[in-house]
Ligand binder design. Structure first.
Ligand SMILES: NC(=O)c1ccc[n+]([C@@H]2O[C@H](COP(=O)([O-])OP(=O)(O)OC[C@H]3O[C@@H](n4cnc5c(N)ncnc54)[C@H](O)[C@@H]3O)[C@@H](O)[C@H]2O)c1
Length: 330
């Protein structure tokens, strides 16, 4: 994000790239905003003009908000001018160099779309999917050129989060991976390559390992949801921003990690292959979290969806501003 801002003045550098985003919902509009803010010309495609108008409004509101924080210095109008809103997918795909798909998480729909994109774009265009859970190899299954199909999994909100997982399908070429990494870096993102098309890529796998263990701790009565979340946020979260788990392992000593794992901890960690009983029962009771007002927590009082999303975004903005300031000091 910071790179996006600092490179704003170099917008013309990116005129060679023609980025197309298919699907202008929550993710597609944010991804389009991120590319346009970085100086790319972007075409945002959706099924009808009402959806596109909604996306335009969402991007405008977000840009104006970010401009108030000082994170975006170029005017919203100028950034929006770099975005074309279109319903004609085939014509948008024709001269694209990088297409990011962000439609519904549905394998049949994605497969069909990629066949069209494969047919309508030129051979030098990278075709990327934002899928969170579907195998890239299956998305590319019916395409004539699976070597140019890759996963590019942005994190929500994509206009603020730098991480993008670049996923190699069984037939994705190395050249496609390198080109995807290069375009994403130019957009100020921090791409990480996932060499095998495993479910959940990197981030979701690690997140779910944590959710499995946290749920198990609640189920066994070891601690309350609140106390578990306190430890994850205060003990792990604050350090994880600067040191990943493998850096932490090196810092502690690999021998120590080995001995703790062997000394019984791995054996005592939850390794259930099915969702735990407590989760199933919550689903049966419609205790689904924010959307029904109750999950592990009660979401009907001062802890609510709006205040939580605001707290998340305020925190992300604070971090991005700190990073921007520390770069300026160098
Ligand atoms: N929501 C998240 O937090 C998140 C995070 C990372 C990845 N993802 C992935 O990103 C993708 C999009 O998710 P979202 O939350 O933005 O969905 P969304 O429902 O907000 O938006 C999907 C958009 O795609 C459009 N669309 C559907 N079919 C289309 C087609 N054939 N051509 C053009 N547009 C079409 C829809 O009209 C809609 O506007 C999914 O694959 C999802 O798994 C989501």
């Amino acid at each position: 994000m910071i790179k996006i801002i600092s490179e704003m003045s170099k917008a013309t550098d990116y005129n060679q790239e023609k980025v197309v985003i298919v699907g202008s919902g929550l993710m597609g509009s944010g991804i389009g905003q991120a590319f346009a803010t970085a100086g790319f010309k972007v075409t945002l495609v959706d099924l009808n003009s009402e959806l596109l108008e909604r996306a335009r409004e969402r991007i405008k509101d977000s840009l104006e908000f970010l401009s108030g924080t000082g994170l975006v210095t170029e005017s919203s109008e100028k950034i929006l001018d770099r975005i074309t809103f279109a319903t004609d997918l085939k014509s948008a795909a024709k001269d694209a160099t990088f297409i990011e798909e962000a439609i519904f998480e549905n394998l049949a729909a994605k497969k069909e779309l990629f066949v069209t994109l494969d047919q309508e774009s030129t051979s030098n265009c990278v075709l990327a999917s934002n899928t969170s859970s579907l195998p890239v190899s299956q998305i590319a299954q019916s395409c004539k050129h699976p070597e140019r199909i890759v996963g590019a999994h942005f994190w929500n909100p994509p206009q603020l989060m730098a991480a993008v997982e670049v996923v190699k399908g069984e037939r994705t070429s190395d050249d496609t991976i390198q080109r995807a990494v290069s375009v994403l870096r130019k957009a100020g993102k921090k791409p990480a390559v996932v060499n095998k098309d495993v479910p959940g890529q990197i981030g979701i796998r690690i997140l779910y390992a944590m959710i499995r263990e946290a749920t198990s701790l609640v189920e066994k009565g070891v601690a309350t949801p609140e106390d578990i979340d306190t430890i994850v946020k205060e003990a792990l979260g604050t350090r994880l921003e600067v040191l990943g788990p493998l850096e932490l392992a090196d810092l502690s000593g690999v021998d120590l990690v080995y001995n703790v794992a062997k000394g019984g901890l791995y054996k005592s960690l939850d390794s259930s292959e099915e969702p735990q009983k407590i989760l199933r029962e919550m689903v049966e009771r419609k205790q689904l979290g924010i959307k029904t007002g109750k999950g592990f927590y009660d979401w009907t009082g001062s802890r609510n969806a709006e205040s939580t999303i605001k707290m998340r975004d305020d925190h992300l903005i604070k971090i991005l501003k700190e990073r921007k300031e520390s770069r300026a000091e160098i």
